[in-house]
Ligand binder design. Structure first.
Ligand code: AMP
Length: 543
């Protein structure tokens, strides 16, 4: 009999989390205690004070919204004073507060929880589920993260794994894990495009598979394009039709909006299988003491016309990513689908039309990330181990006094990698320390990027060599040459050091002078959105 697995692969998703293990070289999803293959990524505190995780937590979401934590994948590893958290604040019914080291944290039952703690509750539940199913202790895990996660977010997920009692052997990018599920041990020599259309985000990665060497050639995406946008289009249509037919405006009725939102998503999913549905919501409102019902038919064809441009936007992103690397569409051998929204027939038809070939069947869009993570975990340390040559999705650099960022590591650089440069003199002449505030992000302006931490070394180190090393998990390590020439690892203040850096992050950002917020692409509209419908849209937009 084959050895019992001691390592699992985990896809820690925004809405759902999956755990998989490998037995006899075959990866399989471990069913949860409710017999499902997924565990909702929801943590809650019941009215009695019990900690609930998964389906039971989700079940009481509507009745106990302030103590039900969902969507935390968007917050983990983010600074409280960051643009992304500012944009998301108000989108969740629970309180987001400032936690240790300036990270965003959340309140549940009047108590502060860090986001790694919240994720650790989900992960330890999975650990228990896996141990019961597999019949013994599970010590180790490979956990997947979105390719666009920055260093802070990766560190935070690793921390969550540690808190749950796992030895986190590897953090792996989700598209890479999906490609592994497709190509592991198949001896392929192919270029593969991973098309990941989830609930709130779209990601695309192109990989070259050569045997068990998986090399990421390019990645890109839009963090504000996903299934929730399809639901919103249906909602808008339903509200408009209802207003035309009944002269009743439901946009200021939150309960009606919530019901329409749920029905819109259900109709969208049903239209994957059947060509016609009816959105039927009895007693959606009241007029002169009489109930008003909502009953609106929807065909697949009409849904396609409502949402075709959203699907087209994914191809604009694919083409940009391919062009950046000089890869022709015809060079792509296989297209692998990830994410629930990729099941929509229109998406698959348009993929076929755009790339001249249908997406690969047989790789399950919901399961492949966890399966790939499990395969990677199983192969670690074995002779046919996988080689992953991943790429960094966002540049890393340090802040200049004028509020701009000096890039050290460029986007799409292959990892693991090291980039060396000479330490500049202190910002203030005569200062005892050189401080480099490190940022990661696509913008040239530091305020639009994510703050990773500060390197602080004595002023005497000016001119010495400093190395930015990105590990195979895309985690940043910094070393500075000592006077003797020996490299020495330095901790990033606020991230690695136990004591708080004296200065608040807002001070780090204070230097910014001529900054006008840069809002680009699809994000622009969301900043201008006003009113109840738009806030509903933001609440349900997830990724
Ligand atoms: P994920 O982030 O991968 O869990 O994807 C969730 C998104 O996929 C949600 O917006 C769902 O509404 C959507 N979804 C799930 N199943 C289907 C389906 N059969 N057809 C269309 N969209 C779906």
């Amino acid at each position: 009999m084959a050895d019992r697995p001691r390592i699992v692969g985990i896809d820690l998703g925004t809405t759902n989390t999956l755990v998989a293990s490998v037995r006899n070289r075959i990866p399989k999803i471990v069913p949860t205690d409710r017999g499902n293959l997924i565990l909702p990524t929801v943590v809650a505190l019941s009215a009695k004070g019990d900690l609930l995780v998964g389906g039971v937590a989700k079940d009481q979401m509507v009745t106990n919204p302030r103590n039900t934590l969902w969507g935390t994948k968007r917050l983990i590893g983010r600074k409280y004073h960051s643009k992304s958290v500012e944009d998301l604040r108000g989108s969740f019914p629970y309180d987001i507060v400032e936690g240790p080291n300036g990270d965003a944290a959340v309140m549940m039952g009047g108590k502060l929880y860090t986001l790694p703690q919240v994720s650790s509750f989900v992960l330890s539940q999975l650990k228990t589920i896996a141990e019961q199913f597999l019949g013994g202790p599970i010590d180790a895990a490979v956990i997947s993260v979105p390719a666009y996660y920055n260093d802070n977010q990766r560190q935070a997920v690793k921390e969550a794994g540690r808190l749950a009692g796992f030895d986190v052997k590897r953090i792996v990018n989700e598209p890479t894990a999906a490609a592994l599920a497709y190509g592991f041990n198949r001896g392929l020599d192919q270029k593969v495009l991973v098309y990941d259309l989830g609930g709130g985000t779209f990601d695309v990665s192109v990989l070259h598979l050569a045997g068990n060497v998986f090399e990421v050639l390019a990645t890109g995406g839009d963090t504000f394009l996903g299934g929730a946008d399809f639901d919103t289009r249906i909602m808008e249509y339903v509200l408009e039709r209802f207003r035309e037919e009944t002269k009743v405006d439901l946009t200021e009725n939150p309960i009606a909006l919530q019901r329409i939102k749920n029905a819109a998503e259900a109709a969208k999913i049903d239209l994957t299988l059947i060509p016609n549905v009816v959105i039927d919501l009895p007693f959606i409102d009241e007029r002169k003491g009489k109930p008003v019902d909502l009953r609106i038919p929807l065909t697949r064809e009409f849904l396609n016309s409502l949402t075709g441009d959203l699907v087209d936007r994914t191809f604009e992103i694919c083409d940009r990513v391919l062009e950046e690397k000089g890869i022709a569409r015809s060079d792509i051998d296989e297209i692998i689908l990830v994410g629930g929204q990729s099941r929509m027939p229109l998406v698959q038809q348009k993929i076929q039309a755009h790339f001249g070939k249908p997406p690969r069947k047989g790789v399950h869009p919901d399961e492949c990330v966890a399966l790939g993570a499990a395969l990677l975990g199983d192969s670690l340390g074995s002779i046919d181990a996988v080689t992953l040559l991943d790429a960094v999705s966002m540049p890393i650099g340090y802040a200049l006094p004028n509020g701009r960022v000096k890039r050290i590591i460029e986007k799409n650089s292959l990892i693991p990698m090291v980039k060396s440069f000479r330490l500049p003199p202190p910002k203030e002449p005569g200062s005892a320390y050189i401080e480099l505030d490190i940022f990661q992000g696509d913008s040239d302006l530091m305020v639009d990027n994510e703050y990773l931490g500060t390197v602080r070394v004595p002023a005497a180190a000016a001119g010495r060599k400093i190395d930015f090393r990105l590990t195979e998990e895309c985690l940043l390590q910094v070393t500075v040459e000592e006077a003797s020439g020996t490299p020495r690892r330095v901790d990033l203040a606020t991230r690695d050091t136990p004591e708080q850096l004296k200065r608040a992050l807002s001070d780090v950002l204070r230097n910014n002078v001529d900054h006008q917020p840069v809002v680009s692409g699809s994000n622009a509209a969301s900043d201008d959105e006003r009113g109840l419908l738009s806030s509903i849209k933001r609440v349900f937009r997830r990724g």
